[in-house]
Design a protein around this ligand. Structure first.
Ligand SMILES: NC(=O)c1ccc[n+]([C@@H]2O[C@H](COP(=O)([O-])OP(=O)(O)OC[C@H]3O[C@@H](n4cnc5c(N)ncnc54)[C@H](OP(=O)(O)O)[C@@H]3O)[C@@H](O)[C@H]2O)c1
Length: 308
């Protein structure tokens, strides 16, 4: 338990900073539900997968390799389907979509949880900055590919971050998606997390008039493998302040699980959630024109990838 959670009150949902994924699903039966989680072999994704399976859901766990996905699924007590989905490799993402379709898996929720953070130097995939490609474009290909499999009341949950506020102040840099005109580790991470938010926003707009929902979440700040690229000084500071402010992994997985399965969130769409409650992102994350433009540009990028 961190010191901070002792002082942070619960929100209108009845849950808050200190709630865990087990607590937000207590008493729920997810029997008959199928839920896909990306990045299932580590951190928040692994915990989300465990708790969803614990509540009776059939989980589809994806990881960069089939071996990692299998190991995560085999560790569970429940029904689990492991699949490879390397988000920086469009062919792998498309193969994952094809495998879900081939297995006839209808999906009640897709949790786009996988991500990378603050790469020290500019790296690219297919000419696009790697965090933007992995965190946003890879999930864009996955989710748009899986829409036919999504239930009539299916939910899409995007893992964004409070770090979306570190995105460049002009929002999405459509003239610098490669990163070549300027790159900072945190600015580019924030850029990708702003894209996650805007993607959920535009998807929610496209779902309007249906019972499908799309939301983005900030899970909190949690010590996981996500920090692997942080410099050693920042990492040790993180370790020092951890007991005061950091969430545990079970607490960190709560908001994504809440958004994916809690009955009270069934009609919440186009929102940004933190601590299992609706929160306020930065202003341009709610700009419908920016969200639409990002969708259109993402479609063009994906079309430009061809069969790659
Ligand atoms: N932890 C935090 O404080 C925090 C705060 C805000 C937002 N978030 C968000 O929460 C999500 C989960 O993060 P976490 O803290 O649980 O981190 P984590 O422990 O590092 O887990 C990230 C997962 O994403 C996977 N992944 C990374 N690159 C991938 C790729 N190219 N293709 C497919 N999978 C890939 C990782 O696979 P490998 O293990 O094989 O690398 C891992 O399974 C991320 O989207 C992150 O941005 C976390």
């Amino acid at each position: 338990m961190s010191l901070y959670e002792l002082f942070k009150p619960k929100g209108p949902s009845g849950f808050g900073y200190g709630s865990t994924a087990e607590q937000v699903t207590e008493g729920l039966s997810l029997e008959g539900k199928t839920i896909l989680v990306t990045g299932c072999n580590s951190g928040l994704g692994q915990e989300a997968l465990r708790v969803l399976a614990l509540r009776g859901a059939r989980v589809v766990g994806t990881a960069r390799t089939l071996e990692k996905a299998k190991a995560a699924c085999e560790a569970l007590d429940g029904k689990a389907v492991p699949l490879a989905c390397e988000l920086s490799d469009p062919a792998s993402v498309r193969a994952c979509v094809a495998a879900v379709k081939k297995a006839g898996l209808g999906l009640d929720a897709v949790i786009c949880n996988a991500g990378i953070m603050a790469l020290p130097k500019l790296e690219q995939a297919h000419g696009i900055e790697l965090q933007f490609f992995t965190n946003h474009i890879g999930h864009f290909i996955l989710v748009t590919g899986l829409l036919d499999q999504l239930a009539g009341d299916g939910r899409v949950v995007m893992l964004s971050s409070g770090a979306h506020k570190m995105a460049p102040k002009e929002g999405i840099q459509f003239d610098n998606l490669s990163g070549a005109k300027g790159y900072t580790a945190w600015g580019s991470y924030g850029h990708s997390k702003l894209a996650n938010l805007l993607f959920a926003k535009e998807l929610a707009r496209r779902f309007a008039g249906t019972r499908r929902t799309a939301n983005a979440v900030h899970p909190g700040v949690i010590k996981t493998n996500l920090g692997r690229h942080m410099n050693p000084i920042a990492s040790s500071l993180f370790g020092l302040v951890g007991p005061l402010v950091l969430k545990s992994v079970p607490q960190g997985a709560a908001t994504e699980v809440y958004a994916a399965v809690h009955p009270a969130a069934a009609t919440t769409s186009g929102a940004y959630l933190a601590d299992c409650n609706v929160a306020k992102p930065r202003a341009d994350a709610e700009d419908p024109a920016l969200a639409r433009k990002l969708w259109e540009v993402s479609e063009k990028i994906v079309a430009g990838l061809g069969a790659r």
